[in-house]
Ligand binder design. Structure first.
Ligand code: GLA
Length: 415
């Protein structure tokens, strides 16, 4: 039977001290008492304001951590047993920390966690004793705000604390990404784990994915808000066309560089380092229409990210909204990762007075979009866009307002 966790959701939003008490109560009911202390960790979800599908193409991205979190209560055990459980999806998974882990469908979300343990052991950390772990998440799953990266980064932060690994937030992010590559069959970029590990309240992060240089940009939206629009079309990146897009861009880059070499010109390190001239050369070299459009998206999206960060710094939200719309349109026509659900939200959102722009956020293929919206229009927006979406798609979209959040780490009272 599903437990009632509505009080936990409420405490997660308003009262972290009370949330800790409740989590501890559930934890003790499940695992009993011990002399070891229970430790608490959290990690946020994220939105990406702009810069989509270019993190694995050497581009710049502009995400922010948001105030929807996953929480973890964890305690060391004297033996080598590992137990995982989840308040929303109850059921204990038991392993041994000395096991050699590989992906197994029946292990569900534990595949991420066992993958992380394997990577930490490979890196030489002494993970020799087991633990009991209990998760509680307030992040919509399967939905484009990166619930899986939040799970990873939260768990890595806990391993860091439990086994004194001394990992920096950037190392946390890189281990999360490696887990996706090695255990989950998703050749993702670094954006999600990076923002979830390094995010700060009141700021977005402008991240150069080619160098991992990053800058916090204050997110001052005045009377405007980001509203998350969930298509409720579930998808898993491993069975979406995500890896196909990664492969297409690799193909485009290799074709371009061969053409550049044959002309005695300098090659480019990644698709986002291209110029307009490079794009012309790619076409001349016989790139298919699909490959050409994928590469064009990288070029134009990267430019938009730069402009969007400038617009935000200058307080020009109208310009930011326009760039968000252009980004969506490029993902719709050139990169083809939106689909009817997200396109409907994009179109209907832009009909509403007070909406400056709306786009897919994250991988797409379903998942979530975001709208930049005047706070007084939110109620009307949800009603009108929600109705139009249901009429067109046949089921409901859901909406939530968000503000910024803090990156993964030990749970703080002012999370
Ligand atoms: C997913 C991936 C990210 C990024 C986005 C698209 O969220 O995990 O690395 O590629 O899609 O921008």
């Amino acid at each position: 039977m599903q437990q009632d966790y509505s009080n936990l959701t409420e405490y997660a939003a308003n009262n972290i001290a009370q949330l800790k008490c409740e989590l501890e109560k559930h934890f003790l009911e499940l695992y009993g008492s011990s002399t070891e202390p229970i430790q608490f960790y959290s990690a946020p979800a994220r939105i990406n304001i702009i810069g989509e599908h270019i993190d694995y193409n050497g581009g710049k991205v502009f995400p922010a951590a948001i105030d929807k979190y996953i929480f973890l209560a964890i305690r060391k055990r004297p033996d080598t047993i590992i137990n995982y459980d989840d308040i929303r999806f109850p059921g204990k998974f038991t392993f041994n920390i000395t096991d050699n882990f590989s992906y197994k469908k029946e292990n569900d979300y534990c595949n991420y966690l066992n993958g992380i343990i394997t990577i930490l052991k490979d890196k030489g950390f002494a993970l020799t004793t087991g633990f009991d772990a209990l998760f509680f998440s307030c992040i919509p799953d399967g939905g484009g705000v990166s619930s899986s990266s939040a799970l990873e980064c939260c768990f890595i932060a806990a391993m860091n604390g439990l086994y004194n690994c001394n990992l920096t937030p950037v190392e946390n992010a890189l281990i999360g990404q490696e887990t996706e590559h090695r255990f989950m069959n998703v050749q993702c970029g670094i954006m999600d784990q990076f923002i979830i590990a390094t995010g700060k309240k009141e700021a977005a992060v402008l991240l150069d994915c080619a160098t991992l240089d990053y800058e916090y940009v204050p997110l001052h939206l005045g009377d405007y808000r980001f509203l998350v629009m969930n298509t409720n079309k579930k998808r898993q990146l491993s069975d979406s066309k995500y890896n196909e897009r990664v492969a297409e861009c690799k193909e485009g880059l290799s074709l371009l560089n061969k053409a550049l070499e044959s002309k005695g010109m300098e090659t480019v390190p990644n698709p986002c380092a291209m110029t307009d001239e490079h794009l012309d050369i790619l076409k001349e070299a016989g790139a298919s229409d699909v490959i050409f459009r994928r590469m064009r998206h990288c070029l134009t999206e990267n430019r938009r990210v730069y402009k969007a960060a400038e617009a935000l710094k200058a307080g020009n939200l109208e310009e930011l909204g326009k760039l968000m719309n252009q980004s969506h349109e490029s993902l719709q026509t050139d990169y083809e990762t939106t689909g009817i659900e997200l396109d409907t939200l994009h179109i209907e959102a832009n009909k509403i007075k007070g909406c400056l722009g709306a786009r897919v956020t994250g991988a797409g293929f379903g998942g979530c979009g975001i709208a930049l919206l005047h706070k007084d229009c939110i109620k009307d927006f949800i009603q009108t866009v929600g109705k139009a979406y249901k009429e067109k798609i046949g089921y409901e979209a859901t909406f939530f307002e968000c503000s910024t959040g803090n990156g993964a780490g030990p749970l703080k009272e002012d999370n």
